[in-house]
Design a protein. Structure first.
Lengths: 104, 479
């Protein structure tokens, strides 16, 4: 099993999960995760034999990189819109928009 | 105490009582429980909705003919969707959200004539064993208000235990129906994985989740499961197998039935009062013709570590959808990522945050194989333990449902200590088998649950054994 969880680990994982954590919360999570994972260490000693279903599917699973932010699109954003301005899609003006500030 | 679902249904069908009067009485009991007794069972009561539906049942004698739960009031855990009603999951993050559709189980309860009277409190997103993790405050155990009702379906268990409704629906991921059923002295059922549609149940751990049933007695639980079970095109994991009349099997003789007593569920440090009540129950099963055999499920001790890797891993993925864009609450932050973080950090409570971080950690690079894949492999070993025991001729396993009786509100502050509440229940979820808790007596004045576990889709036998045991112990009112 892995080494003890650090406060940097908690901050990295929280960011991956799109959770902002205060210093106080991060410190509490370090304590809690290390306590919980100590109890999981027993699994490291289990000889599961082979082959196991999860090992077989593991060969087929392509894991994506741990990265914060949106998953990149196959096509650039502009490819989805007829017209773009300042990073926004330009859409036809609707009657219900009457009274709104005119775009650009 | 309210009448059984079977009695109420029969009285309404015969015209002896009106569905409207019964619904009004249940709503009045719910109001007393929460407003006078401060039990905090309901997150929403559906007074107008219930009275209107009850009036429709009263107005249509033909629809009453074959309605299995004709006019029976019931309560629903607030992580199951009803069109036009709130769906909080006990969380701030779903503030203001209303479901645009109803869960399949709700539609089936409607078709059977059941009347929804309210949505019940729960641990946030069903993560907990005490109903203390709700953003709306803890539910109190109706039998002893300083104690927890168990969780995460504590509100539904309490609604039945308080005599407000004879039946309720909850959800199970690691014991969230059976454990509160044991703490509140009622019957709780987790069906086989795939027996009941999860369409409209907010996902927590998708390889583990099932909708479950609470009732005051085994026969009502059997009827309710019959109503909600069966294939549903809206849930690809629901299985297309016939649904038996479970209630019809509930009083069969136990001649020829082999009950396994797994030694790992009776550790030396088990509360001797709980062990004694289990032994007494096993004696009753023997007296009704069953054979009791000592068996072993050698990987049982690994179940809690496995469960608390897999369930948070699945939760971290399932709860990614609550981002401030699609559902409920939205807080502003710096840019889109800042909005996500602000909404999720403020919307989720401490236990949900803990599990999301834990689940993300065990799925992250460098830890996936050490934790997640290892846990998946050990899960297979746990499931194989059950397969081997049932293949050896054992028809059902009997164990305590929980290692303790209900504990005081606020007593457990160490997360892992709380997780151990699931030690005897999460194995059935990991193996996907059906399991049932029924009251087998009292220890120190508090209810104790006995658990039956059977092979996949063998619910009919599980109800038959449970019905026999309930009868031998003196009926549903014996506790």
């Amino acid at each position: 099993m892995a080494d003890a969880v650090s406060i940097d680990d908690v901050r990295r994982v929280a960011a991956l999960a799109r959770l902002g954590v205060t210093d106080e919360t991060a410190t509490a999570l370090v304590r809690d995760l290390n306590t919980i994972l100590q109890h999981m260490a027993v699994l490291g000693d289990v000889n599961v034999g082979s082959p196991m279903p999860a090992d077989e599917t593991r060969q087929e699973i392509r894991l994506r990189e741990d990265r914060i932010g949106s998953i990149p699109l196959a096509l650039p954003l502009e490819a989805f819109a007829a017209e773009m301005r300042d990073g926004f899609f330009v859409v036809p003006r609707l009657a219900s928009h009457e009274g709104a500030e005119p775009a650009g | 105490m309210t009448s059984s679902a079977a009695d109420l249904s029969s009285q309404i069908r015969s015209g002896e009582q009106s569905a409207r009067d019964i619904a009004k009485a249940a709503l009045a009991r719910a109001a007393v429980a929460d407003e006078r007794d401060r039990l905090n069972i309901f997150l929403a009561r559906t007074d107008r909705f219930a009275i209107e539906r009850a009036a429709r049942v009263d107005a249509d004698p033909e629809s009453r003919e074959n309605a299995l739960l004709c006019g029976v009031p019931y309560a629903l855990k607030d992580n199951i969707a009803v069109s036009g009603l709130q769906l909080t999951c006990g969380s701030r993050i779903l503030h203001g959200y209303q479901s645009p559709y109803s869960a399949t189980v709700v539609e089936r309860m409607n078709t059977a004539g059941a009347i929804l009277i309210g949505k019940t409190n729960l641990d946030e997103f069903a993560m907990g064993s005490s109903t203390e993790n709700s953003a709306f405050g803890p539910t109190r155990n109706p039998l002893a208000p300083h104690l927890v009702p168990g969780g995460s379906s504590g509100g539904s268990a309490a609604a039945v235990a308080a005599g407000i409704v004879p039946i309720a629906l909850g959800s199970e991921t690691g014991g969230s129906v059976r454990q509160p059923a044991a703490f509140c002295g009622v019957v709780g059922v987790k069906p086989t994985y795939g027996r009941v549609s999860r369409s409209g149940l907010v996902a927590f751990g998708s390889s583990l989740d099932q909708v479950g049933v609470f009732a005051t007695n085994v026969a009502d639980a059997a009827t309710t499961l019959r109503v909600i079970a069966g294939r549903d095109d809206r849930d690809a994991t629901s299985v297309d197998l016939p649904v038996p009349d479970y209630a019809a099997s509930a009083s069969d003789s136990l001649d020829g039935v082999v009950i396994g007593r797994p030694r790992e569920y009776f550790p030396p440090d088990l509360d001797p009062r709980i062990a004694d009540l289990c032994d007494r129950a096993l004696e009753h099963l023997r007296a009704r013709g069953a054979t009791v055999r000592d068996v072993s499920l050698p990987h049982t001790a690994l179940a809690v570590p496995v469960y608390y890797i897999l369930a948070p891993a699945e939760a971290s993925s399932n709860l990614a959808r609550f981002d401030g864009v699609r559902y409920g609450m939205r807080l502003t932050g710096a840019g889109l990522e800042g909005m996500y973080e602000a909404t999720r950090s403020n919307g989720f409570g401490p236990e949900v945050t803990r599990r999301i971080v834990l689940g993300t950690y065990v799925l992250s690079a460098g830890y996936y194989d050490a934790y997640y894949r290892k846990a998946m492999n050990v899960r297979t070993l746990i499931a194989r333990d059950f397969t081997k025991v049932f293949a050896s001729g054992v028809n059902a396993l009997f164990t305590p449902t929980t290692p303790t009786t209900a504990f005081p509100i606020g007593a457990k502050t160490d997360p892992y200590e709380m997780y151990l509440s699931d030690i005897f229940t999460c194995t059935a979820n990991l193996a996907g088998i059906p399991a049932l808790s029924l009251p087998i007596g009292r220890a120190g004045g508090l209810p104790v649950g006995g658990q039956l576990m059977c092979a996949h889709f063998d619910e009919a036998r599980m109800f038959a054994i449970a019905g026999g045991l309930e009868f031998a112990l003196g009926g549903a009112a014996h506790t």
